[in-house]
Design a protein around this ligand. Structure first.
Ligand code: C5P
Length: 412
């Protein structure tokens, strides 16, 4: 592939030449585009040497339309590191230097960004809103990862390692090969008409399932009793109806055997957030049934915490991103979004308010007051509330039967 590596002004820019080297080693033709500030952390001669091409930095040095010819040349634009500044500029449509101009000229689905910044900047609502905007347009992200940061603290904000970014690029390259193969198949063979048993043929759905584990130290976590059974039953019901299903699941012993269910295993809420926000833009709809932890320990010790005398211990918790609400802000016309609400009191009113607040099309309400419904059981009893005011109540059924009813309701 022809790849442009965009480099912005964060300390992680010193790793950009290593990324370029890995991409060249994978057989790609790579050119670099850097912001002025990036060159405080890496140098023009290094980037020109590893890529074997002149560095693209100044918008006017060789004609003001060079960004258009570069965009036509490139199959992929990888921005690593991507600072809060460049993320904000793209989200706002600002093009005031060579790289931001190129980013606006490039189709979003051919752009990958590897954010890198201080963890508080990453958690800032403005950055999270901007990232959600980019993901909604189809831009992909890699990271940021957890770990020590240049400012001396530790948290989420490190740029993913060059190997990880190169691995993501390999996935895109494989997808392109698969796309071409599918296109060839489509042009060579007449397509059978979809059968009445596959009403969702051609659709792609995202399902989240199971609990999340939020690490306290190297051997302990905060979790919940979710078994994942409802989410797995939903994934299979969607696939039985003809859809291709992306199942993002927290830790569970459940197995998936369905050929049209593609499984991604994650552990924490933030990993689930990252997978779900990347997969959603390409989907017809999403059903989020995972029991996601609302909070996580503010720090995770990399060793087993020791007991100190007979004193108590205080864990400080910080809020996790709300995956469902984020997908609600990313949702495009025609996409369906379905959430779950496990309520103990004021069930209908709480579910109604969540439906509106998170911009959902449907919400599936479980009441913990109903015997046989909720975590770990093989049965469930739900009420499906629609944005249009519709209400569908199920009797106590197996989770498979409930899943079929939910799928029929939310896909009609
Ligand atoms: O607001 P509440 O947590 O009760 O909403 C439950 C719904 O939101 C479920 O569909 C659950 O999968 C989803 N959720 C999420 N991300 C969170 C918390 C909940 O996607 N951090």
């Amino acid at each position: 592939m022809n790849i442009i590596v965009g480099i912005t002004g964060g300390i992680a820019a010193y790793k950009a030449p290593e990324l370029v080297r890995l991409l060249v080693k994978d057989g790609h033709d790579v050119r670099c585009a850097a912001t002025e500030h990036a060159l405080q952390f890496t140098t023009r001669p290094t980037l020109e040497t590893v890529s074997g091409h002149r560095l693209y930095c100044d918008l006017f040095s060789s004609g003001s339309t060079e960004h258009i010819s570069l965009k036509d040349w490139a199959d992929l634009l990888v921005v690593a590191p991507a600072t809060a500044n460049i993320i904000g500029k793209v989200a706002s449509g600002i093009a005031d230097d060579a790289l931001s101009t190129l980013l606006l000229a490039m189709p979003p689905e051919r752009t990958i960004m590897a954010p890198a910044m201080n963890s508080q900047m990453w958690a800032h609502p403005a950055v999270q809103r901007n990232i959600a905007t980019l993901l909604g347009w189809g831009i992909r992200t890699v990271g940021p990862a957890d770990g020590p940061l240049a400012c001396g603290t530790s948290g989420t904000g490190r740029m993913s390692e060059p190997e990880e970014i190169a691995r993501q690029v390999r996935c895109v390259a494989t997808e392109q090969v698969r796309c071409v193969a599918t296109l060839l198949q489509h042009t060579q063979q007449p397509q059978p008409a979809p059968t009445t048993h596959a009403p969702l043929a051609g659709q792609q759905w995202l399902v989240t399932a199971g609990p999340t584990y939020e690490r306290i130290d190297s051997v302990r976590f905060i979790g919940n009793y979710s078994s994942g059974k409802m989410g797995f039953a939903l994934a299979e019901a969607l696939a039985d109806a003809g859809a291709e299903v992306e199942l993002v699941t927290g830790p569970t012993a459940l197995k998936t055997g369905h050929p049209h269910v593609h499984r991604t295993d994650v552990e924490s809420a933030r990993e689930m957030y990252s997978a779900a926000t990347q997969l959603f833009p390409a989907c017809t709809g999403a059903i989020l049934s995972a029991a996601v932890a609302d909070y996580r320990p503010s720090e995770c010790a990399d060793h087993k915490l020791k007991k100190h005398g007979s004193e108590g211990m205080t864990l400080t918790l910080v809020q996790n991103p709300d995956i469902l609400a984020t997908l609600g802000t990313m949702k495009r016309d025609g996409q369906r979004l379905v959430g779950f609400a496990l309520e103990t009191d004021n069930e209908l009113a709480n579910a109604e308010s969540k439906l509106q607040r998170k911009n959902l099309d449907y919400i599936v309400m479980n009441s913990l007051r109903d015997a046989g419904a909720g975590f770990g059981t093989d049965t469930n009893k739900v009420t499906i509330l629609g944005r249009d005011g519709s209400r569908n109540e199920s009797p106590l059924l197996s989770k498979q039967e409930v899943a079929r009813m939910i799928v029929e309701t939310v896909t009609q």
